[in-house]
Design a protein around this ligand. Structure first.
Ligand SMILES: [Zn+2]
Length: 401
């Protein structure tokens, strides 16, 4: 099938004569996404010209606009999105140097025109996208990311850690959930992505202070890193242990306290299924095209590796539950959970997902929002890692004989 890609990248000489050092700001009063008689229009009034590209993705249908780079501060979702075709929008940093706008499309529309015009008097710029009604067949035929997912992975790792020698210190990769265009749960003014980054930095610093562990983060800023990028970072760092950090918000439950997930390929309990449902569309919704990825490779080697790492993950989860309890952190009534979660799927290192609490629970939210409230969580994770590392080291000679 020929994939027609609607991508426009500014390459005009005048564009590069500009100074891109500052972020472009949005003139909110003069910007809107609106329905037109034959489709939809996106008008963004910007403080300066920026390179951009635009494309659509299918399943779910969305319009993606990448900019280099926009400051979204103060952008109000409902003010910007005045269109019925645009059923929802997300915007924010995507990777270092890129910003992204994702528009969910309730109807198929295809790009008819894309233009950035510059006001010669004040150097402000206006991006105008015109989309016209289409049928699903035409939409599917014109949809697809301009380059493969490799673009996302390549740009997602600005500072890859140097590989360690085989017998170097234990390497723990901390993965603050969400980021950038994908904020995760938002409740009472607390944003999951920002909170998890704070917590991950605190845990990493505490781990590095022990001198026994080298801790690395999958992201160090409010940027979006797709799942493949997180895995690549962990692999390049020669991770022994991968810890993904989350704090979900639920509408109905009175769920509270920390719980730890490990992989169970056989199936998921209700909480794990809900966790997967809420998180595994993250890449899709952020506009990552997963259609060309195929993970069904080298299954025998993966099974062999997994035979070692799966019990390691489970032993870490047990240690972490005990250590969190000892440190005085609030635990969920069922602190050990299992499920089919893609983020735990790497066969070559132990992986857990720690739900440190629920942003929907007022007590959890208040506790997680302050450094002193997070301290028992940090202490519990660090002490769980150290105990686990000791026990695995004692076990290793037996395994490797
Ligand atoms: Zn989350």
């Amino acid at each position: 099938m020929i994939r027609v890609v609607a991508a426009f990248l500014m390459t005009a000489g005048s564009a590069f004569a500009q100074d891109f050092s500052g972020l472009a700001r949005i003139d909110h009063a003069a910007s809107a996404i609106t329905d037109t008689r034959q489709g939809m229009a996106v008008d963004l009034q910007l403080s300066q010209i920026v390179p951009y590209r635009v494309f659509t993705l299918d399943e779910p249908r969305r319009l993606v606009v990448d900019f280099r780079e926009i400051d979204w501060t103060g952008t109000d979702k409902t003010q910007l999105d005045q269109s019925d075709i645009a059923s929802d929008i997300r915007f924010g940093a995507f990777q270092a140097g890129w910003s992204r706008l994702v528009v969910d499309l309730s109807e198929p529309v295809v790009l008819k025109a894309a233009e950035m015009t510059v006001n010669q008097l004040d150097n402000t710029a206006k991006l105008t996208l015109v989309l016209r009604d289409a049928d699903q067949v035409e939409f599917a035929a014109t949809s697809g990311a301009p380059v493969s997912a490799a673009w996302d992975i390549a740009t997602a790792q600005p500072s890859l850690p140097a590989p360690t020698p085989e017998d170097g210190p234990l390497t723990v990769v901390l993965d603050p959930g969400h980021g950038g265009v994908d904020p995760g749960a938002i409740q009472g003014g607390v944003v999951e992505a920002n909170l998890m980054l704070k917590l991950a930095i605190e845990v990493a610093e505490a781990l590095n202070r022990t001198g026994q562990v080298r801790a690395i983060l999958t992201r160090e800023a409010d940027i979006f890193v797709p799942l493949e990028g997180r895995m690549t970072i962990a692999r390049a760092a020669k991770a022994d242990l991968f810890i993904s950090l989350h704090a979900d918000a639920l509408e109905v439950d009175e769920a509270r306290g920390a719980s730890i997930y490990t992989l169970n390929a056989e199936g998921s309990d209700r909480a794990a299924a809900r966790m997967a449902e809420r998180h595994e569309r993250g890449d899709l919704l952020a506009g990552v095209d997963l259609s060309e990825q195929d993970d069904r490779v080298a299954t025998v080697l993966m099974d062999l590796a997994r035979a070692e790492t799966e019990p390691q993950s489970q032993r870490f989860a047990e240690q972490a539950v005990a250590a969190l309890r000892d440190a005085g952190a609030r635990l969920n009534s069922r602190p050990r959970r299992e499920g089919r979660l893609a983020v735990l799927n790497a066969p070559d290192f132990a992986s857990v997902l720690i739900e440190v609490g629920f942003l929907s629970n007022a007590n959890d939210r208040a506790m997680l929002s302050t450094p002193s409230g997070r301290a028992p969580v940090v202490e519990g994770i660090v002490s769980g890692v150290l105990t686990w590392a000791r026990e695995e080291a004692a076990r290793a000679p037996l395994v490797r004989q």
